[in-house]
Each structure stands twice: as C-alpha cells, then as structure tokens.
Design a protein around this ligand. Sequence first.
Ligand code: ATP
Ligand code: MG
Length: 253
Amino acid sequence: MAVTFVVANQKGGIGKTTTATTLAGILAKKGRTLLIDADPQGNSTATYQAQVEDCATLYDVIVDSEILPLAEAVQHMPNGDIVASDPLLSKAEKLLDGDVEGLYRLKDAVEEMEGYEYLVIDTAPSLSVILYNCLIAADQVIIPVMADAYSMQGLSQLYDTIKAVKRRQNPKLTVAGLLLVKYSGRSNLEKRVLQELQELAEGMGSRLFSVAIRECVKVKEAQTQKKLLTEYAPGCSSMQDYFAFAEELLEGI
Ligand SMILES: Nc1ncnc2c1ncn2[C@@H]1O[C@H](COP(=O)(O)OP(=O)(O)OP(=O)(O)O)[C@@H](O)[C@H]1O
Ligand SMILES: [Mg+2]
C-alpha cells in the first residue's frame, strides 16, 4: 500500500500546489509516485500539462455515477504520473452531499490502487466534501503556512476538521507537520510568528518542520514554463529546502 500525503490549507495561494508538485517530483526519484489533483482550479494538472477534456479525471473516479478505478484515470506525463482535476469537481459538493458513501470514494479508489509507493494529493483552498474525501483517504497531512498573522487564523478550523475525520472516519490520519513556505527570514514579524507556529504545531500533536522553504524567483519561473522545480532549478534555494523537507518527512514514516 502506498503512503498517501495530502497537502492542505483552506487559505488560498499559500503554496499547496508548489509543495505538492515539488514533493511529488522528489518522491518520484525514490519510488513510484502519483500526484492526484483534487483542486477544481487544476493548477497541478496545468503544471503537468495533463489533459482535462476527453479523458478520465478525478471527477470520473469520485463523482460520476459509474465510478472508474483510479488506475484508469492516471496520465503518464513527462513531469510524472498524475490524475488530473476537472472544473466539474466544483459541482461535487452538490452531488456528494447527503451521501455518506460519497465521503469514502477516494479512500476506496486509493485502496484499490496498486503499484505506487507514494501518493501526493493537492487540494483546493476550501473545507469541502472533496477535502473530506482526501483526508479520509490519506495517511498524513502536510500543512503549508506562511509567517503572517492571517495565515494562522484558519489553522484551528482546519485542525478541527482533521480531528473530526481522525475521530470518525480515519483513525490513522496524522498531521505530518506545518511547513513554513515563502519564507524571507528577514522580518522580525516572521521570527515572532515562527514561535507561534511551533506552539500551534505542538498543540496539534505535531511539529513545525525544522526547514522553512525560502522564497525564490525560480518557483514562479518554473510554474510559468510548466516545469517541475526539481527539473527547472534543482539547485535553487527553495529546491534545497524542499529536498531537506522531504528527508524530514520520510524520516517520520
Ligand atoms: N518558495 C516560493 N518562492 C516564491 N514564490 C512562491 C513560493 N512558493 C509558492 N510561491 C508562489 O506563490 C503563489 C501561490 O502558490 P501555490 O499556487 O503553490 O499556492 P496554492 O496554495 O496552491 O494556491 P491555491 O489555494 O490557489 O491552490 C504562486 O504564484 C507561486 O509561484
Ligand atoms: Mg493550488
């Protein structure tokens, strides 16, 4: 069975997709890895240049009435294996609402899946039924955070959701850690926030990863060129940090 990581934070633009795609790129060098794009915005799908039209996507796996096995939705792209998202996933909320079975669709799909060592799931900036699907299917949650006051506000709500899922649907779920991203290391505010984040992480029975991902212009360049950071700028500062983060993450499993 694969180890399943879900990258989650309901705050938008906080580095989930960057973290998910870069982590998938790093893990792919260690074992067979599949990235699942569970965000209707489809940013990971775009980065992998995967198809959305005329092909199977996550929608067909978790929403459609004739459920498709996850393996049949995998696209083998130069950046790696991916199950693409679909804008239609934003309608999943309605379709799965009121259907308890609907919460377990991704878990069932992941359990059937063979041949992968690591699954990485990128999620949308919302606490949706899709996120529940992801948390129920996952082993570990990685929470990217930024060192600003707003960034911390939603964390307790996210943690309440994780706790509820752990209690009711997925006892094996753990918070792998909070990952500080887009870190400049320059402001005093950042340093203060660091201490708070550490305490918050401990309150979650988890940790703040000891490495912070530094801000780096190469991240945006790679995204614009639809390349993985692992390929585009393997030596840049963000990438060095992501390598160290991946090591720390894997030590914990
Ligand atoms: N280490 C970094 N250095 C510089 N820019 C970064 C870094 N990490 C992320 N970014 C930039 O921040 C923006 C948001 O990142 P990303 O798309 O990964 O966030 P997200 O949480 O997935 O957003 P959404 O909630 O919309 O899905 C992007 O423009 C990305 O290029
Ligand atoms: Mg994203």
